[in-house]
Write a protein that binds this ligand. Structure first.
Ligand code: NAD
Length: 314
């Protein structure tokens, strides 16, 4: 058979569990390694009915376990990470450790067993002063290490550097994906992502809390389109050693988004302005415009998003 056995770290999480469902639907056997820190078993309720699925409760920091699982698989998708602005702001050191040492452990095992690995990075690595549309070469963090935003973006930048060094020195077969804002079912409202929060506030008739001016521009890609992009990269050997943005380029300001959510929920909610500092502590700022340039992904794979913002909100 042509099927590859996949190890998906963080596979009980939001993006991971959707990828797992898609891989199983294609007939690929899947092993998930997840410590269930933010992931949930109920995200895997469909997967667990599948004969080719196995769940391992453990951490990517557990090097012997990672080594054993990597040796038993053909390919790795590394999504496990400490995520969510609140968690990262409250526990920067812990999240930094998971997001660097965890990735190093996975990369080292991938190298030792010569397995291809796809590694999740983030639009955060472009820093907060970028305008965009952001191409894969517009990062400022990797270009100038002093420009860092939170432990999260720095840790992901370290992961990218590490993967590149393993690639240069040992020929590691790695692909980096920089996810931009992703939304869809199974996303925990606990992360404070704006669409789940607005939707909940609108449905309850509570004011929608808009951070900062609300003029900031964002794009939201449905998780199914993210999974389609991942599968298209997995299927193309040319993606090896490359970095790809994965995101929507349908831009909207947060104020317009609030109005759209209120409209589609037929809600009577009003808006409430909240300074970033009230939500995340003093000195916190956010990017004015976060928009990916996805020309490279489209050119390599022919990928096109199948859903627009209206579909996402519905
Ligand atoms: P998620 O929290 O739902 O998924 C992360 C998963 O990793 C969870 O299941 C969690 O339990 C698991 N995990 C955390 N620490 C672990 C550890 N030490 N060992 C094993 N498992 C561990 O979040 P997500 O949105 O699905 O994110 C998946 C990946 O995508 C992450 O690497 C994240 O940084 C990246 N990302 C996501 C977005 C987005 O918009 N959702 C944007 C940029 C980047």
């Amino acid at each position: 058979t042509d099927h590859s056995k996949f190890l998906v770290t963080g596979g009980a999480g939001f993006i991971g569990s959707h990828l797992v469902d898609a891989l199983l639907a294609r007939g690929e056997p899947v092993v998930v390694l997840d410590d269930l820190s933010t992931g949930r078993m109920e995200n895997l309720s469909r997967a667990r009915r599948h004969g080719r699925f196995r769940f391992v409760h453990g951490s990517v920091l557990d090097a012997p376990l990672v080594d054993e699982l990597v040796s038993g698989c053909d390919r790795i998708v590394h999504l496990a990470a400490a995520v969510g602005v609140k968690l990262i702001v409250e526990q920067p050191l812990k999240s930094f450790t998971v997001n660097t040492k965890g990735t190093e452990t996975v990369i080292e095992a991938a190298h030792r067993h010569s397995r291809p690995v796809l590694i999740a990075s983030t639009s955060e690595i472009y820093g907060k002063n970028s305008s965009g549309p952001l191409t894969e070469t517009s990062d400022r963090i990797l270009g100038s290490p002093s420009v860092s935003r939170w432990s999260y973006s720095t840790a992901k930048a370290v992961d990218e550097i590490l993967a590149e060094l393993y690639r240069r020195e040992y020929g590691l077969n790695s692909t980096i994906v920089r996810f931009f804002n992703t939304v869809g079912p199974r996303q925990s409202p606990a992360y404070g992502m704006v669409i789940p929060r607005f939707a909940r506030q609108a449905v309850r008739g509570e004011p929608l809390t808009v951070y900062g001016t609300g003029q900031q521009q964002r794009c939201f890609l449905h998780v199914n389109d993210v999974v389609a992009a991942l599968l298209s990269l997995i299927d193309r050997p040319e993606s090896q050693g490359e970095t790809f943005n994965i995101g929507s380029d349908e831009e909207i300001s947060i104020l317009d988004l609030a109005a759209r959510v209120i409209g589609s929920a037929k809600s009577t909610s009003t808006l409430q302005r909240v300074p970033y500092s009230a939500a995340y502590g003093p000195g916190f700022e956010d990017m004015e415009r976060r928009v990916p340039d996805t020309t490279k992904l489209r050119a390599f794979t022919g990928w096109r998003p199948q859903r627009n913002l209206d579909d996402v909100l519905a």
